[in-house]
Design a protein around this ligand. Structure first.
Ligand SMILES: [Zn+2]
Ligand SMILES: [Zn+2]
Length: 328
């Protein structure tokens, strides 16, 4: 019987809470655990045979736009930047019908995330990513964990002593959901046509924000870089690690558009056409910061914000993309 890593991490927190012995926390050997075959079946069922060329499949695009959301369009990848107020939550559906959810917003948005997913026809989540343990990212997880079957969870392994984080780990442990500590260089395989690589962190960092799991998703010629609340330090590490391959069509601006993120050299290397800022109306942090908005607009990057646009939905066939927003 394998021990669930969530339980180990929980134990680490509890030990930490009792001893409070400074900031060096011994990481128990947290290695990737292979997904159980049962968990995998779902994505395999719908997966097309081998990596088929994207060219062969993009013909019927126009008709597909008229299909109802419940019948998955077969060749589109969609990124939903769900308006959860001040916090992050991104739903990704891939051409073969697999689903990835990155963060679940604050606790107050848990129900919204669940109903959003249900409306999008989601019945189970293949991969759930908790970028980092701050409550504006994992607060809504309880609700999500209660309502959906989850294939696997990726977590940065950053130890955070809050009740929200403890509850999240307890639920994962109770439900025995496969739990993986994400490390840069790992890939997330949910669809043979979509490449997802983790670019950060190499290991949990001292700061929770800089421990954020960052990933690059590539579908045909379109790429998205999603960096959680990664700040300057995380961006510098990513640049050092991935160099020019951070380049992406779409950037989710780090840390809700705070000026601690989206630093000039990083933005220059990513060189996006579109930036998404997941931010709440009149949030008390003053996000997004003017400096960041200025850096983006100066480069002619189109900005979408949850506080202004509501839910932001980007759909791509691997060649081009369209953006739909809830509000104008
Ligand atoms: Zn945050
Ligand atoms: Zn954070």
């Amino acid at each position: 019987m394998k021990k669930n890593l969530a339980a180990l991490l929980l134990l680490t927190i509890l030990t930490f809470t009792f001893t409070l012995s400074g900031c060096t926390i011994e990481e128990t050997s947290q290695k990737e655990r292979p997904p159980s075959t049962a968990e995998n079946q779902q994505s395999q069922n719908t997966a097309p045979t081998k990596a088929s060329s994207t060219e062969a499949i993009e013909e019927k695009e126009n008709q597909q736009r008229e299909t109802s959301p419940a019948e998955r369009p077969s060749q589109e990848l969609t990124l939903h930047f769900i308006d959860v107020g001040q916090g992050d939550s991104i739903l990704i559906t891939t051409p073969n019908g697999s689903t990835l959810l990155i963060d679940a917003g604050p606790q107050s948005a848990g129900q919204k995330v669940v109903s959003y997913l249900k409306k999008a026809g989601i019945t189970s989540i293949d991969k759930l990513i908790s970028t980092h343990p701050h409550s504006d990212h994992i607060g809504g997880m309880q609700e999500v964990l209660a309502k959906f079957e989850i294939g696997q969870i990726y977590d940065p392994g950053h130890v955070h002593s809050t009740r929200t984080f403890e509850q999240y780990l307890e639920t994962i442990d109770e439900r025995n959901i496969p739990f993986i500590i994400a490390e840069r260089g790992m890939t997330i395989d949910i669809d043979p046509q979509v490449a997802i690589e983790i670019l950060h962190p190499p290991e949990p960092q001292e700061s929770a924000n800089n421990s954020s799991i960052a990933l690059k998703l590539q579908y045909g010629q379109i790429a998205a870089l999603l960096t959680g609340d990664g700040e300057k330090e995380a961006e510098e590490m990513m640049l050092q690690y991935a160099g020019s391959s951070v380049k992406s069509t779409i950037l989710k601006a780090g840390h809700h558009g705070s000026n601690t993120s989206t630093i000039e050299p990083f933005l220059q290397a990513v060189n996006p056409e579109v930036a998404i800022i997941q931010v709440g109306v009149n949030n008390r942090y003053g996000h997004p910061h003017q400096e960041v908005l200025h850096r983006l607009t100066q480069k002619g990057i189109k900005i979408y914000r949850n506080d202004l646009h509501g839910d932001v939905v980007l759909t791509t066939d691997g060649h081009t993309y369209t953006v739909r927003t809830e509000k104008e």
